[in-house]
Ligand binder design. Structure first.
Ligand code: FES
Length: 575
């Protein structure tokens, strides 16, 4: 039962007369066709991110039905409400530019509406981070439900799925290895159904992370979007949301330092997306934690990749589901986890694992004694080119390029890259290092996933599959290659990257965690003095201005400064 200030009696509009506010609200409740009974129910808000522009959320109508069923079966009153929905292919200039806007929308609607708990239905890359950021700031009881992964497809007898295979086939096409007819044919095979990308891209990674954080139900990350498992999880999520409302279990009791450490472990063990580092930093920042990249790197050295998922491995999310999903991954990581972390079920992670389904032989989730990759999927680099840090997904890189010295071939921005990368006269050799500037948080803006620089066509035709590539941008979690990302500070705010010139020598050593521009400091300073720009291209109005004024660098999560928690609670990992 709802109390005097909860359910539909809560969060009354400020007319200065609470009784009148309730009187008006009741009139509209009646107008919507409900009886007074709803006034006595706990209200579970359900964030509806269904959108005609978001195929990754194409099953949201079914999930809404199932969540509502669960809420009603538990005696609550379910009410869905819309927020912004972001899809990677339908968010100009890039979904990352809009993630913080979605988080603000989510936070303020949770705060404004009379909800006692909220179910966050998200899935596509930026949606789950945005929802967790917003819900963390709003502070009401919350539970995450992901839409689930799409089904795989088949092309000439080979299993394919978005988006690792999208990139692989596009690479074959650019290299002239497949023709127009085949690239058109495979285009219709890559996305087998609604749902999120079927590999360890950002969406899958964030789904696994949500479960590891304890903010989603055990076993809820991996079931594909169109399965009965997914619907049952949605019903159970609705049921649990009512209990959360009754218990008043606050989100900051779940999203603790211990939980973030568990999430970082799982990110490493699933060979997950580099984007998740940025997103976790942002979510943690909403609760007063900073991400310590040096400690994260230490954690990476002792956390092997266990999950054989593309792009670092061979399998797809549906295979992870059949192999036991995240509970099985957590069981394999057990000794490395904070088992006392409280989860959204009201029980600790250790208590949940004690009741996890029995294990069985499978080849998707390896034991720590026989990992896919001996250390974590992601390494943190530092050096004069990235004093604020840079990262590389080493598990998806070419082993022979992890230690490399090469001549920089520099592109000033994404437009320059598009203009020249396929120029037959481009002076570039396979051992060169491709450098792309000005695709950082402010530079592009929105830190687009343009860090996956294409191999110049003339080299691709020679059979070159990988080169060292460096930028201040991001790349899709579905991509593979020896690609250094998130160089900080970014070029647009005067980071060292800004001063790299074609012909400079760059040293990458993943073993030493070094990214070094072999140019003397005095020369870099001379370039900085000479390159001081007087042009002012900063946005002057609207969200773009807010973004440019407030966005932080990658290591702080690219959140807006004014959205971060006011009270600092320490760094994660804690050691
Ligand atoms: Fe939505 Fe990949 S495009 S998850």
């Amino acid at each position: 039962m709802a109390g005097a200030q909860s359910g539909m009696r809560g969060s009354l509009v400020g007319y200065g007369d609470a009784e009148f506010s309730l009187f008006l609200r009741k009139a509209f409740i009646k107008g919507a066709g409900y009886t007074d009974d709803v006034l006595d129910r706990l209200v579970v808000g359900i964030v509806d991110t269904g959108s005609g522009f978001n195929p990754c959320h194409g099953n949201v109508p079914q999930l809404l039905d199932a969540v509502k069923r669960g809420v009603l079966l538990s005696g609550g009153f379910p009410v869905e409400f819309p927020t912004i929905s972001l899809h990677e292919s339908f968010s100009y200039p890039t979904s990352m530019f809009l993630r913080n806007l979605m988080s603000m929308d989510t936070e303020e609607m949770i705060r404004a509406l009379p909800v006692d708990a909220v179910v966050l239905i998200g899935g596509c890359d930026k949606t789950v981070p945005a929802q967790l950021m917003g819900a963390a700031s709003a502070g009401k009881p919350a539970i995450q439900l992901v839409t689930g992964s799409m089904l795989t497809g088949s092309h000439h007898g080979r299993t394919v799925g978005a988006c690792t295979d999208c990139r692989a086939f596009w690479g074959h096409y650019r290299a002239g290895e497949i023709d127009d007819a085949e690239i058109a044919e495979v285009n219709g095979r890559l996305v087998g159904s609604v749902g999120t990308c079927s590999v360890a891209g950002t969406a899958s990674t964030m789904a696994c992370i949500a479960e590891a954080l304890g903010i989603a139900l055990p076993g809820s990350a991996a079931p594909p979007a169109v399965t009965a498992d997914r619907s049952r999880i949605a019903e159970l999520t609705g049921r649990r949301a009512v209990e959360l409302a009754r218990e008043g279990l606050a989100i900051d009791q779940i999203l603790t330092a211990e939980a973030f450490e568990n999430a970082l472990r799982v990110l490493l063990a699933v060979g997950g997306s580099t984007n998740a580092v940025v997103h976790l930093a942002a979510v943690a920042g909403r609760l007063g934690f900073s991400l310590d990249l040096a400690r994260f790197d230490r954690m990476s050295r002792e956390t092997p990749v266990l999950v054989n998922l593309k792009p670092a491995g061979n399998h797809y999310m549906e295979d992870l589901h059949r192999a036991g999903g995240v509970p099985r991954v957590l069981q394999e990581l057990r000794e490395l986890l904070n088992l006392d972390a409280l989860t959204v079920t009201g029980r600790t992670l250790g208590e949940e694992l004690a009741e996890a389904p029995p294990t069985f032989p499978q080849d998707v989730i390896r034991p720590r004694t026989n990992p896919i990759y001996p250390t974590g999927g992601i390494a943190v680099l530092r050096g004069n080119l990235a004093p604020g840090g840079a990262i590389i997904k080493q598990a998806a890189a070419s082993p022979d390029l992890l230690e490399h010295r090469g001549r920089a071939v520099v592109f000033e921005n994404a437009a320059d890259l598009a203009d020249r990368i396929d120029d037959e006269d481009l002076d570039v050799e396979p051992e060169d290092v491709l450098v792309l500037k000005n695709i950082g948080p402010i530079g592009a803006p929105g830190m687009p996933e343009a860090g996956y620089l294409p191999i110049p066509k003339k080299l691709a035709r020679q059979g070159v599959k990988d080169m060292v590539r460096i930028s201040d941008g991001r790349m899709s979690g579905t991509a593979a290659g020896t690609i250094v990302l998130h160089v900080s500070p970014e070029a647009a705010i005067g980071g060292a990257l800004k001063h790299v010139r074609t012909g400079d020598v760059i040293r990458l050593s993943v073993a030493d965690r070094v990214l070094e521009l072999e140019v003397p400091d005095e020369e870099l300073q001379r370039r900085a003095d000479a390159e001081q720009s007087t042009s002012d291209t900063a946005p002057r109005r609207g969200y773009a201005k807010l973004y440019a004024d407030q966005v932080t660098q990658a290591e702080e999560g690219c959140d807006f400064r004014f959205l971060q928690a006011e009270t600092y609670r320490g760094s994660v990992p804690r050691r």
